[in-house]
Design a protein around this ligand. Structure first.
Ligand code: GLN
Ligand code: ZN
Length: 767
């Protein structure tokens, strides 16, 4: 039985990579200093995995920015515009692809970035041309093999990892429409064969090719490309002294098993994800039984922070041993550990019973050794594990009877507003008497260095509550005054008290904890620290009312209350694993509902519940969408349905793909939805229009992600186009997301142009 790992976090135990790359980008260290930090992180990661007893050590899982970009770089898939400036070294070229590049002469934007499957990690999207060439353009993978060889003094245990050819093509996009990216399968396959031949020459015995798309719904073309590519690869390597481990993760493999059937007797080793799909094991075993294929079991959860339940894993391990024998078994986490924080030992203030059930990347590697020891007979490890895991599962730290009984479910009346939208709309129009094309913003206003330091000081108790609140109130008064000056119709308080829209609420809710060092890479040097939902969730006190009411007290205009929705809180956290996800979602939803009602009682008449994570939570396979939509829509409706008819519920989502989810979006029944639209050329609104979306919509009229100031004319044009597609009475005017990353100067100018465009629209476009 081999123990191995698909990949280890590369940000460094103290986020060394983040710090070093940011220093490098601001010219405070040179590239050799940066490389040295990279080398140290790799050594630290490898040494740790070696000491923990892994039988194969993965390399090439390190990256200075993104492993997909690394592969593009390795294969020379570099759009021409990045080759035009003559960079002094390859790393500057590499970073220019990731982050764009500006100097006196050049102004090149960054490559597109998007989500890595349904995780919170983002990769740089490869861009292909019709005559794309693939050639070895970087020796990173070879030098990492060298480095590891020097530590191990042998190449037998080295296993470099690469994304496989089909997944790589799948992740990329064509530069123009004259070809399909899968047309490149032939060329890329030959490139991989060539590369693998060169890798074999270094003496290594293992290569890991990641093909997570095998757990998606694939088109015929993708399936065909897959068969083609791997038949070719295995034809060359099935008799050589190299083992190619084909990995699948983020789901089960069974829907695509037919692709593998033809080549199964030539596949050296295959990895399956038993965390996402435990039910696939029997069928996989029966498929490979007669072959010599090695089976790698992904049994430790690489996407969540809970301890492995050894009794379950041992059952599966024994099943495999009985079926194909110990020699053909590998064990590992289900996917790369990129998605969990590195070291739990650094957390000193988590309640011991909770901490005893937790496990970060380092601990997860150790769990593999534990499993091996149990198989060899050390039963005490198994008993201790069951004791610790059960102890928390049964502890009253996580259980709250009242919440369980009253707030883990709902009745029909709890998810229905009192009247239908058309009745509510009339009542709301009467109450608010807003002009045509009402203007508003999405919630946050610029967050400055000073503000961040203010919040930090308060958090560290260097600043009294009194002083802190005074400062925040000053900012609120300021932003209210500014919004009045800018002529906005519905105002916000600015979210100055929040560093993060999820953390702010999770810090205040019972049953959720924040870590001190639990950083996970989101993209490049950007890391996030997801909260941990460990127990029944409830709300003790008001979380936002005093701020919102203070803002309302400063103006006669309406101030919008601002909350994060249950689906987003859940999706951006690590979630407990001892109950079905919908129960956790409903508990959070009830807590948010309480807050909504408290705001309403305090006189707030418009309340926004943000759900930017709703779409990204969609399961990878379509067959699982129904289940997801069922609980997520219910959760949103629990949170939003308790209010009176004339209280207006807004929601906000910041993406522009609604084609396949428009029906579900309308089922949320929010009175107003604000969405991203400015970058999608109105395509998005056509979807709402074709669907005859009944409620009010604020299609973002400019892109807040760029410092550029939109002109009044271009905004007017967008409003005009929207008016052709949607009922005029239903249109709101707003930016496409919160303004927290912008500078004040930019915000003033942009919003001024926006409100003036709305004014013009009222004159020119009224019906
Ligand atoms: N209300 C939040 C803000 O304005 C919404 C952020 C988001 O959509 N991600 O910052
Ligand atoms: Zn947004």
């Amino acid at each position: 039985m081999w123990k191995h790992n698909l990949g280890f976090p590369r940000i460094g135990i103290n986020r060394e990579l983040k710090k070093a790359s940011e220093l490098y980008w601001s010219n405070n260290i040179d590239c050799n200093q940066l490389f040295e930090i990279g080398r140290k992180i790799r050594f630290q990661n490898w040494n740790f995995q070696i000491n923990s007893g892994l039988d194969l050590i993965t390399c090439n899982d390190f990256s200075f920015y993104d492993h997909v970009l690394d592969l593009s770089f390795l294969m020379g898939v570099i759009p021409k515009i990045y080759l035009d400036p003559k960079f002094n070294n390859f790393i500057d070229l590499y970073f220019s692809m990731a982050r764009g590049y500006q100097d006196n002469e050049w102004d090149i934007k960054a490559m597109e970035m998007t989500k890595w499957f349904n995780t919170n990690y983002h990769y740089i999207v490869p861009e292909f041309t019709k005559d794309q060439k693939f050639f070895i353009n970087s020796n990173k993978i070879f030098s990492e093999i060298d480095e590891l060889n020097n530590i191990l003094n042998s190449s037998d245990k080295i296993k470099p990892v690469l994304i496989g050819p089909v997944t790589y093509l799948y992740l990329g996009k064509e530069k123009d429409e004259s070809f399909h990216k899968m047309d490149l399968i032939d060329k890329i396959t030959f490139f991989y064969i060539d590369l693998i031949k060169k890798l074999v020459k270094t003496g290594i015995k293992w290569i890991q090719l990641d093909e997570p798309i095998l757990s998606l719904d694939l088109s015929d073309l993708e399936k065909k490309s897959f068969k083609y590519s791997y038949e070719k690869i295995y034809d060359v390597f099935s008799n050589l002294d190299i083992k190619i481990l084909l990995t699948t993760y983020f789901g089960g493999l069974l829907d695509n098993i037919s692709i593998l059937k033809n080549i199964i007797d030539r596949i050296h080793a295959i990895h399956i994800d038993l965390i996402e799909d435990p039910n696939q094991l029997d069928e996989i075993l029966s498929l490979i039984k007669k072959s010599e294929t090695i089976l790698s079991l992904g049994i430790v959860d690489g996407r969540n922070i809970w301890k492995n339940r050894y009794s379950n894993s041992i059952r599966n391990i024994k099943k495999v041993i009985n079926s194909i024998g110990m020699d053909r078994l590998m064990i590992s986490p289900n996917c790369s550990l990129l998605h969990v924080p590195i070291d739990l030992d650094k957390e000193k203030s988590i309640h011991i019973d909770i901490k005893n059930k937790m496990s970060f990347a380092k601990q997860k590697i150790d769990e593999l050794s534990d499993l091996e020891k149990i198989i060899k007979g050390e039963r005490s490890i198994l008993l201790k594990n069951s004791y610790l895991v059960d102890k928390l599962d049964q502890s009253n730290i996580i259980h709250n009877k009242k919440v369980k009984n009253e707030y883990s479910d709902f009745q029909e009346k709890d998810i229905k507003r009192k009247s239908s939208f058309s009745i509510r709309q009339k009542k709301q129009q009467k109450r608010f008497n807003l002009p045509l094309f009402p203007t508003t913003t999405i919630g946050s206003f610029p967050q400055t260095k000073e503000l961040r330091s203010l919040r930090n000081k308060f958090k560290k108790k260097e600043l009294s509550k009194n002083r802190y609140e005074k400062e925040i109130k000053k900012l609120i008064s300021y932003v209210i005054k500014k919004q009045e000056d800018l002529n906005l119709d519905v105002l916000v308080h600015g979210e100055f008290e929040r560093n993060d829209m999820v953390e702010f609420f999770s810090d205040k809710l019972n049953g959720i904890l924040s870590t001190k060092h639990g950083w996970v890479q989101s993209y490049g040097s950007r890391c996030v620290k997801p909260p941990i939902i460990y127990g029944d969730v409830s709300r003790t006190d008001d979380m936002t009312t005093n701020w919102i009411c203070y803002a309302q007290s400063k103006t006669n205009k309406f101030v919008k209350g601002m909350l994060t929705g249950p689906v987003t809180i859940l999706k951006w956290s690590f979630v407990r694993d001892d109950q079905p996800i919908f129960k956790t979602a409903y508990q959070i939803a009830w807590a948010i509902r309480d807050e909504v009602l408290s705001l309403e009682r305090s006189g707030i008449k418009i309340i926004q519940i943000d759900e930017p994570a709703l779409r990204e939570g969609l399961p990878l396979k379509k067959k699982n969408w129904n289940y997801y939509f069922n609980w997520s829509i219910n959760a949103f409706r629990i949170a939003s349905s308790g209010v009176k008819d004339d209280t207006q519920i807004h929601t906000h989502m910041c993406y522009s793909e609604f084609n396949d989810i428009i029906e579900e979006i309308s089922e949320l029944d929010a009175d107003v939805i604000t969405i991203e639209n400015s970058r999608s050329n109105m395509d998005l609104l056509k979807i709402f229009s074709n669907f005859s979306y009944p409620n009010e919509i604020g299609p973002g009229v400019y892109d807040i992600h760029s410092p550029r100031i939109p002109t009044k004319e271009e905004i007017f044009k967008l409003i005009q186009e929207s008016s052709n597609l949607l009922p005029i009475r239903n249109i709101w005017i707003n930016p496409d997301c919160g303004l927290k990353t912008r500078k004040w100067k930019e915000v003033f100018k942009s919003i001024k142009n926006m409100t003036e465009a709305a004014k013009l629209a009222r004159i020119k476009l009224s019906d």
